[in-house]
Design a protein around this ligand. Structure first.
Ligand code: SAH
Ligand code: SF4
Length: 361
């Protein structure tokens, strides 16, 4: 079946999804237009901001793709102070961002759990409950997720990275800390506790094909996920996966594939929140805006204090590392307008899918 027929027809199974992901030329443009149309119909043209605070690059894990993995001794490790995190939260609140994302390397300890719990309560207090909070702090035991939920976090992002256990295994060391089953259980636990649950994958990884990516999208659908953040894989020289760089799609094609993933997901899951990943902007300065045109509705401006941004290098060529938060916001305002979007200031912009899921629809 051709792309046009697939877009007109009802069923989107594995084969149809693969065809969409492999579309080129006019067919690709049809896909993009359809995704944009669905987004405008289902959730409107409003884009919501999540101020992103990458508060520490200290990580106990050793994922083979990531520049801040534990074994990379070239990284200068940092940990932003609580006061600086609260300043960033104030900045987000005062600038009408609506929500904040706290992201960091993965750590598990009682002291860490308490630190995050206290920060969550402080952020709720300083914003009089107005700032929505998303966490992206990796795998934790149920009790920890529960404490953070009670302290005020209501969304959690935990990418499955690749939904295929065999592939997952190839991107991670073989030990209990990097076990696929543990990641999946964590995701289920988050959903059960009541978080708006987000996941995602990297696109254009070595060993991955369009069939795997189609399976990733179907995984999100079957899991009934509320939000997705997914972006291109970008190699980092101080990581084990770097040795496969010659097998990768050229970077522009990875970018293009990421846009097709976003567009296809929007057609598959009409009412979820889809973030325009920062990695898109690392490849194309207008990458996130392009994602908004093909189905994304969330942007995460980086509000990490400027001097630390360089050191949160998950991949190379990370954008905006020299900017202070204020500059970042200005450049974003202009660019969103370019993409015909309107910014939903001072709103949480919760996933409609989550609201319906809660109401039992
Ligand atoms: N430590 C937490 C959150 C920070 S990492 C966690 O792992 O869940 C956030 C995301 O960065 C990861 O989920 C991964 O998908 C992405 N990432 C890591 N290395 C990357 C790379 N080289 N290219 C693109 N994305 C990468
Ligand atoms: Fe740590 Fe997350 Fe990077 Fe894995 S992806 S090494 S958990 S920061």
């Amino acid at each position: 079946m051709g792309v046009k027929e697939i877009l007109e027809g009802g069923k989107l199974g594995r084969e149809e999804i693969i065809s969409l992901l492999e579309a080129t030329g006019d067919e690709k443009q049809l896909l993009f237009r359809k995704a944009n149309e669905i987004k405008l119909q289902e959730i409107g043209n409003r884009v919501h901001f999540r101020g992103l605070v990458e508060f520490s690059n200290i990580c106990g894990k050793d994922c083979y793709y990531c520049g801040i993995r534990r074994s990379n001794s070239e990284v200068q490790r940092y940990n932003v102070t609580d006061e600086q995190i609260l300043d960033a939260a104030r900045f987000a609140h005062e600038n009408g961002y609506g929500s904040l994302v706290l992201q960091a390397g993965e750590l598990e300890s009682p002291a860490y759990t308490t630190r995050i719990e206290k920060l969550l309560k402080e952020i709720k207090k300083l914003s009089k409950g107005k700032l929505g909070i998303t966490l992206s702090l990796g795998e934790q035991v149920e009790e920890v997720y529960e404490r953070w939920f009670k302290a005020g976090a209501h969304r959690y992002l935990l990418r499955i990275e690749s939904s295929n256990p065999d592939l997952y295994q190839r991107y991670h060391p073989s030990d209990t800390l990097h076990d696929y089953a543990r990641r999946l259980t964590s995701l289920k636990t988050l959903q059960r506790i009541g978080y708006q649950t987000g996941t995602g994958v990297m696109i254009g990884l070595p060993f991955q094909n369009s069939g795997d990516l189609a399976d990733d999208l179907l995984f999100m659908k079957h899991f009934d996920i509320d939000m997705v953040g997914m972006g291109p894989y970008i190699e980092h020289q101080h990581t084990p996966l770097f040795q496969y760089r010659h097998e990768l799609l050229p970077i522009e094609q990875r970018f293009d594939l990421a846009l097709k993933m976003i567009a296809t997901l929007r057609i598959l899951m009409k009412d979820i929140n889809i973030a325009a990943a920062t990695a898109l902007q690392a490849i194309d300065p207008l990458g996130r805006e392009k994602a908004v045109k093909v189905g994304a509705n969330i942007i995460m401006p980086n509000i990490t204090p400027g001097k630390y941004r360089n050191d949160y290098a998950l991949y190379e060529n990370k954008p905006c590392v020299d900017e202070e938060p204020e500059e970042c916001k200005n450049c974003l305002d202009v660019r969103i307008q370019l993409a015909d979007g309107e910014i939903g200031y001072n709103e949480w912009g919760d996933s409609k899918h989550y609201q319906k899921r809660l109401a039992g629809k």
